[in-house]
Design a binder for this molecule. Sequence first.
Ligand SMILES: Cc1cc2nc3c(=O)[nH]c(=O)nc-3n(C[C@H](O)[C@H](O)[C@H](O)COP(=O)(O)O)c2cc1C
Length: 416
Amino acid sequence: MANKTTLLTGGSRSGKSRHALQLSKAFGKKIFLATAEPLDEEMRKRIEIHQAERGKDWITREEPLDITNVVKNEAEKYEVLVLDCITLWLSNLFMNNENRDTILSKLHHFIAECKKTKIHVIVITNELGSGIIPMDPSARAFRDVAGEANQILAAEFDEVINMVSGIPVVIKSSKNENEDQVDSTNSRHEFSPQKKEGLYEAIYKRRDIRHFNSKKIDPETLGRVLNAAHHAGSVGYMQPWNFVIIDDPQIKNRVAENFKKANDEAALKFSDERQDLYNSLKLEGIEEAAINICVTCERTRFGPNVLGRNTVFDTDIFSTCCAVQNLWLAARAEGLAVGWVSILSYEKLKEDLDIPDHVQPVAYLCIGHTEAFYRKPMLESKGWAKRLPVEELIYYNKWQGDPGNFKVSFINKPSK
Ligand SMILES: Cc1cc2nc3c(=O)[nH]c(=O)nc-3n(C[C@H](O)[C@H](O)[C@H](O)COP(=O)(O)O)c2cc1C
């Protein structure tokens, strides 16, 4: 089964619960996750009526607070889960004295779990904000959190249906052809905490790797990584890159020879101890890596006048570097190791790979699997260089302008 998330919104008694049951009819095993606590007689009766309406093919689960846990640990046993309703859950948290930030963070965790399951998740919510502004400050605060929560859910869920007088009006469809429009009108552009964590983790755990094992690369994974590279920004949307994939051992050997010659020459630029240290460093994995990729920049693509490139001609090369960085990060997320080798005669490289004059090699990458990703840049652990304190690299308004107390921070602080 494929995952799908549906948000059913509307005023009270607009037919939301009935429509949720309607949507669930086609499914086999169903779970109804009720967030209401039967605090008084009226509520108890209402719950009983709802249970009777649902019939025997439903399992009812009452959970006023930890709905994320239910989705995480129980949802997979069913084909559809209906949560009725998120507004009561928010109210339960509110009554527990949770503040806005904690509530919204819990909501993001809940959404992440809903997206992880393989089942159809239908969440019912209430539109509270259309009536008279509440007199009571805490009621106003609750109304605001409920409104924000609805916006987040609507942005993250595949489908949103507004119930008006019993009629379902689809306001966001799961196959949304106007996705760009939905994004641009969504006031909350921020990623969820989990998505942010994933992105920052790829950034901090990306490493330049020079040690590879013999495991082959899955072609589908490589396809995803190259497509990520292809989604980089580029000047005038020029997309000047090509990816020359090399797995022929003879060609790899020629490039390795090219490296050896260039590296011997480079070593002479350093003297004494520094030269000894340089010579002890492993600065390539050309022949070990399952494949090599030469990322090139076709400098004449789109003709002589490319939007944005008439002033700074090298912006095509900058764009290609952006593609390489995308590739590097996507590869890290996929568990693939990448090592960039620039100690090469590009003239010789062009000759060996039949690259024409108007095309510039930008990056020569060794790609494969590794036994371990270095925790720190290898040049740092070998004592060649250290990471500079980022605060010293940030200026304010002008070169060397004092940024005051500006502090950088981390999500997923990289380990030392
Ligand atoms: C443009 C560029 C060229 C590089 N060339 C080489 C190279 O020829 N050999 C090598 O071992 N590493 C090379 N690297 C990798 C860097 O040494 C590495 O990025 C740096 O030490 C920081 O380590 P990290 O990438 O693991 O964070 C290159 C990196 C870049 C961005």
